[in-house]
Design a protein around this ligand. Structure first.
Ligand SMILES: [Mg+2]
Length: 390
């Protein structure tokens, strides 16, 4: 089997004004995604997705990475991963097992490599007629899910989270602790208190600060939130500062989670070497696809650290994240986005995601196990401009 073409398709879904929610990033006015297609001469097409600005992803995939793939056997996934990562120094690097990355080795180039890796695993699964998580060595067939959202201000936070629980049977939810226009510790504590009162003691609550606090504020907030039995405190400070994350971690009994903004196993190794986190959260469409995240999770297991994929975005991203969660032994829960308007997540595949009684169930179909609806490129025609407007 040979790869015949590699294509990237940018997509957008405009969010109607009544469904736009405001966070520290601004008002969300649209969702973007980029589909990656890898075609073969066997009639199998693999599907993946990349984070990153869609027009840039398209240029990198089609003008730069495509030529390294056409003519190759798509089932040699590790070889192709190394070929993309090592750039023009491929052959000596592959022969000697060296890692000699291309110059643009993080950022959108790496997100594009991640998307291609997802598509290659989809081809492998379709070719061998097995779901990806079985090829990776399945750990389970279903996993606990948590409803991820919680931007509502003040006392609306509790009812918003309770809505997720009522709709899907979640027994865990995540709320934003920077979503208000006027962030303040007292206001944030009162939102979490109201959430705990509404949800009772049997629902896990996690909090996410989007990396927006300084160390002192993060520690003060963490100490105040300890009495509400918080499952984890995600990105309390900028994810780039691993030493600062470690400082927060050492000052609270709430577990720290981070990793959605990292690229390559080397970023995660740095987090582990800094004792910066209890939970690694790689995004499969950014951190290197299935191939790299397997290595990340193995490193985490050697430190007693969980690997719980970040899964906020399109249907293809959630599908890939489901396979990861089923295959990683040190993953006990998976993110399920609960934004009010996400048609590229919920109205994108011909098949539905199976979420039963708060658990996500693995698809048994080959590869990713989902078929993109025929009309997505018309319904989600790409529009220029930012996803958030302040
Ligand atoms: Mg997050």
């Amino acid at each position: 089997m040979e790869i015949t073409d590699v294509r990237a398709v940018p997509l957008s879904a405009t969010i109607p004004e009544e469904h736009q929610f405001r966070s520290d990033f601004g008002a969300r006015v649209k969702n973007d995604a980029t589909l990656i297609y890898v075609d073969t001469d066997a009639g199998i097409t693999g599907i993946g997705t990349s984070l990153g600005t869609p027009s840039v992803v398209k240029a990198i995939v089609e003008d730069s990475l495509r030529s390294a793939l056409v003519g190759e056997d798509p089932t040699y996934v590790e070889r192709l991963w190394s070929k993309l990562y090592n750039g023009s120094r491929t052959e000596p690097a592959l022969e000697r097992g060296y890692t000699q990355p291309r110059y643009d080795r993080r950022g959108i180039t790496f997100e594009a490599i991640s998307g291609i890796d997802i598509a290659l695993w989809d081809i492998l699964g379709k070719h061998l007629e097995q779901p990806i998580y079985k090829l990776l060595g399945a750990a389970r067939d279903s996993v606990q899910a948590y409803g991820s959202g919680g931007w509502a201000p003040g006392e609306e936070a509790g009812p918003q989270l309770q809505g997720y629980v009522d709709e899907h049977g979640f027994d865990a939810v995540k709320m934003r602790v920077v979503g208000e226009d006027d962030f303040g510790i007292e206001h944030t504590v009162s939102r979490v208190e109201s959430a705990r009162e509404t949800l009772g003691d049997d629902i896990d609550i996690m909090v996410d600060a989007h990396g927006s606090l300084d160390v002192t504020t993060a520690i003060r907030l963490a100490n105040r939130l300890e009495e509400y039995d918080i499952g984890w405190f995600e990105e309390p400070v900028t994810p780039d500062d691993h030493a600062a994350l470690a400082e927060v971690r050492a000052s609270t009994e709430i577990p720290i989670a981070t990793g959605e903004s990292e690229f390559t196993r080397f970023d995660y190794r740095s987090l582990l070497e800094h004792d910066a986190t209890d939970i690694l959260q790689p995004d499969v469409a950014r951190a290197g696809g299935f191939t790299e995240i397997r290595r990340v999770a193995a490193m985490g297991s050697a430190r007693g650290v969980q690997t719980i994929p970040h899964a906020w975005g399109s249907a293809v991203l959630l599908a890939a994240s489901i396979h990861l969660a089923m295959a990683l032994p040190n993953c006990h829960i998976l993110e399920v986005p609960q934004a009010p308007y996400m048609p590229m997540l919920w109205d994108f595949f011909e098949e539905d995601f199976e979420i039963d009684d708060g658990r996500v169930v693995a698809p048994s179909r080959p590869g990713l196990g989902f078929t993109v609806q025929d009309d997505v490129e018309e319904r989600f025609a790409f529009t220029e401009g930012p996803e958030y407007v302040y």
